[in-house]
Design a protein around this ligand. Structure first.
Ligand SMILES: NC(=O)C1=CN([C@@H]2O[C@H](COP(=O)(O)OP(=O)(O)OC[C@H]3O[C@@H](n4cnc5c(N)ncnc54)[C@H](OP(=O)(O)O)[C@@H]3O)[C@@H](O)[C@H]2O)C=CC1
Ligand SMILES: CC(=O)N[C@@H](CCC(=O)OP(=O)(O)O)C(=O)O
Length: 348
């Protein structure tokens, strides 16, 4: 049976998130790419800004307006925080069935007070949270007309800790130290991202519970346990373009062997196409997931310290943003969830 293609627009197409959404959509058999928009770069050829997107090189970036974006079945938003809400409302006024998939943070948190504390602005609302692998999340995404794509650190940290928290293997008083590539910070020039600050260097930032992804990780783990969740999160910037490696640990709730912990993880993700619990003894590395929607996980028990230690790797732009966005579009449209996505990484 011939199925007509879904018409998709990408706002923020000159940025990292929008560019990665387009890269993935170019390999998706069910979509036709419509408008591509930007702000300061409106009027530019897409190829001048995203030279890797060869089939779209001669497309011209249009301004990010509701007039340009209306008339599409799906609109991806890869815009700075605060730019999504009003646009989504206007798009829905044009077409109540439009699917809006927001790569930004505006609609990820339920707790308005946490939003205001970490983002310093009024809370816009809460949309279905686009991490289908979290227990209970997938049903809300099937047929959704709005999706809040998770932050990259919360994606990997939550999936790395979820089985242990949900099974009660640990007390939910967790420590996350996660190293990210620089693309996580977006394209806009920032002094700490100059080549000479990044190359041959590793640095911590957002230390001491102030990074805005802390409440998002807390929210995700809090949905898995009745106990109070505490999250100590420290991000690190490392000299690579893509990838996040998260080391997560928590106190053991009781005796558990490494084999038992591994079995809990393997069972939790047995039916998940993108989450791979590696064989015992093999540890995640970012290269193996680059460009793919895969999550690689491993878990160990540190008996002397009384802690469970789990490590996860993702590509921040793929599973951490655009891959999750496409996965959620598939769920929203009732397509096979894996369409257009791969678990095959790019290594070395
Ligand atoms: N990078 C990552 O790993 C992740 C990013 N995200 C989120 O995705 C969103 C985009 O991030 P990223 O792609 O990294 O950022 P970039 O800085 O790379 O891109 C930002 C995009 O937004 C456009 N833009 C800037 N200002 C405005 C405005 N006022 N109105 C409309 N469009 C505007 C830019 O257009 P122009 O080039 O013309 O200025 C550009 O296309 C953010 O909300 C970010 O939090 C989410 C998860 C991970
Ligand atoms: C390396 C780096 O700077 N990373 C970004 C997080 C990227 C991300 O997921 O962003 P959003 O929540 O903004 O969507 C940061 O720490 O701010």
């Amino acid at each position: 049976m011939h199925m007509s293609k879904v018409r998709v627009a990408v706002a923020g197409a000159s940025g990292y998130a929008g560019g990665e959404v387009l890269r993935l959509l170019l390999g998706h058999p069910g979509v036709e790419i419509g408008a591509v928009t930007a702000a300061s770069n409106a009027g530019e050829r897409l190829g001048a800004l995203q030279p890797h997107l060869v089939p779209l090189a001669d497309r011209v970036l249009e301004p990010t307006t509701v007039e340009v974006l209306a008339g599409h079945d799906v609109v991806f938003l890869g815009l700075p925080h605060g730019q999504s809400g009003a646009l989504a409302e206007e798009l829905t006024a044009h077409n109540p069935d439009v699917v809006v998939i927001d790569c930004g943070a505006d609609f990820r948190l339920e707790d308005a007070a946490a939003w205001e504390r970490f983002y310093g602005s009024a809370h816009a609302g809460t949309w279905p949270y686009g991490l289908p692998e979290l227990p209970g999340a997938r049903d809300a995404l099937r047929g959704a007309r709005r999706v809040a794509v998770p932050g990259c650190y919360p994606t990997v940290s939550s999936l790395t800790l979820a089985p242990a928290v949900a099974a009660g293997l640990v007390l939910p008083d967790v420590v996350v130290v996660a190293a990210s590539g620089t693309s996580g910070a977006g394209k806009a020039a920032k002094p700490h991202l100059l080549g000479s600050e990044v190359m041959g260097n590793t640095s911590a930032y957002g230390v001491g519970g102030v990074h805005r992804h802390t409440p998002e990780i807390t929210q995700n783990l809090g949905r898995l346990t009745d106990a109070e969740v505490k999250v100590s999160f420290t991000p690190l910037l490392v000299p690579m373009a893509r990838g996040i490696l998260a080391t997560c640990s928590a106190p053991l709730a009781g005796p558990v062997s490494a084999e038992e912990a591994h079995a809990v993880y393997a069972k939790a993700y047995a039916d998940e196409p993108f989450v791979h619990v590696l064989p015992a003894g093999q540890w995640p590395q970012t290269q193996a997931v680059l460009g793919s929607n895969a999550v690689h996980l491993q878990v160990a028990v540190d008996e002397a310290a009384g802690r469970l230690v789990a490590v996860g790797a993702i590509d921040n732009l793929a599973k951490g943003t655009a891959g999750a966005a496409v996965q959620c579009m598939n769920l929203a449209l009732g397509l096979d969830e894996t369409t257009g996505l791969t678990t095959v990484g790019l290594a070395p």
